[in-house]
Design a protein around this ligand. Structure first.
Ligand code: DC
Length: 229
């Protein structure tokens, strides 16, 4: 059986998660939030008090950590770290501010990419992250690259945090997003890039629902045109 793979990449706050969840639900595909996996490894690194510059123990930790993603009707996805539900804990500011340091470690990426490719080998997936179209699923049926201005992305993160009871101010959020953009797009290993065969969508003036519908239209069009290998 040939699986359909939809790869969605873009910077923090570009709307990937909300959009990817909606597409997965509408198409009945598995939703895979790869950022959640990097966040889970970061949470465990913090808990075990390993300094971020100590790459070897962090790589070992990534190799020996069980990360499970399950579907949740209400919030889209639950994340389990060695059996513990860490869905909320991985969104806390301490993890958010440290995740770029962990996700740029090559050995951590190798371990997590393997896991992500295994999920996509056995399921129709909507997978979102930074390197999905470029590294994880280079032969994906459809690749999307989402963008939005930094102001709009900070505003979205602010609203998202508010619903989770996390208090942050806009200026701090903007500065954090800008810093993460810089690290994510300039790191040596799998930087955030738009690959040539990705469809770019600017989302400032669109709702998540509109973006999801547009992507589903492109997907259906490709299926009808028989572009699936
Ligand atoms: O999408 P997010 O904000 O939850 O991602 C958290 C961090 O993980 C982000 O700073 C970049 C990193 N990440 C990555 O390097 N590769 C991915 N495929 C997904 C996320």
């Amino acid at each position: 059986m040939v699986n359909y793979q939809i790869a969605i990449d873009g910077p923090a706050g570009s709307g990937k998660s909300t959009v990817a969840k909606q597409i997965a639900k509408k198409l009945g595909f598995l939703y895979v939030d790869t950022g959640a996996m990097y966040r889970a490894v970061t949470l465990k690194t913090i808990r075990e008090k390993i300094p971020f510059q100590n790459q070897c123990p962090i790589i070992n930790l990534a190799k020996n950590t069980e990360i499970d993603l399950t579907i949740d009707e209400k919030i889209g996805q639950r994340v389990y770290l060695d059996g513990e539900d860490v869905t909320l804990a991985i969104r806390m500011p301490d993890v958010t501010n440290a995740v770029s340091f962990v996700s740029r470690i090559t050995g951590v990426r190798v371990a997590l990419v393997k896991h992500q490719q295994a999920l996509a080998a056995n399921n129709n997936v909507v997978m979102e992250g930074r390197d999905i179209g470029s590294v994880v699923l280079p032969n994906a049926f459809l690749k999307i690259y989402l963008t939005a201005s930094i102001e709009e992305r900070a505003r979205r993160r602010f609203e998202e945090n508010k619903t989770k009871g996390i208090n942050t101010d806009m200026e701090t959020l903007k500065a954090e997003i800008a810093e993460r953009d810089l690290i994510d797009s300039t790191r040596k290993e799998s930087p955030l890039i738009k690959v040539a065969d990705a469809v770019e969508m600017e989302t400032d003036s669109l709702t998540a629902c509109q973006v999801a519908d547009k992507i589903i239209d492109i997907f259906n069009e490709r299926v009808e045109n028989g572009k699936q290998d």
